[in-house]
Design a binder for this molecule. Sequence first.
Ligand SMILES: CC(C)(COP(=O)(O)OP(=O)(O)OC[C@H]1O[C@@H](n2cnc3c(N)ncnc32)[C@H](O)[C@@H]1OP(=O)(O)O)[C@@H](O)C(=O)NCCC(=O)NCCS
Length: 65
Amino acid sequence: MVLRPEWRGGGRGRAVLQAAVTRADRVHNAGRVWLRVKPQNARERKLFLSEGYVEDHVEKTFGTA
Ligand SMILES: CC(C)(COP(=O)(O)OP(=O)(O)OC[C@H]1O[C@@H](n2cnc3c(N)ncnc32)[C@H](O)[C@@H]1OP(=O)(O)O)[C@@H](O)C(=O)NCCC(=O)NCCS
């Protein structure tokens, strides 16, 4: 999920996340939502945690991933 820099910080990110998850549930019967974020991305982690997501695990990657 990426917003243009000039659109960040005004509540749009939270609104987009909520709309996407609502659609996944109601339209696609998702049942479960899984998100991936880099550990150093404090802004996104704070958003996900405040929406009720729970940190599941941390992966170690090699190379440029
Ligand atoms: C991550 C992103 C989508 C969030 O969208 P946004 O519009 O900036 O977020 P919102 O304004 O809805 O804020 C949601 C929450 O994020 C957190 N947040 C927002 N700006 C923040 C900042 N500058 N520092 C720390 N946390 C911040 C807060 O918890 C905020 O909730 P609050 O306002 O109730 O405290 C957007 O910043 C973005 O596109 N970032 C770059 C791409 C990226 O990192 N994507 C994630 C990859 S998985």
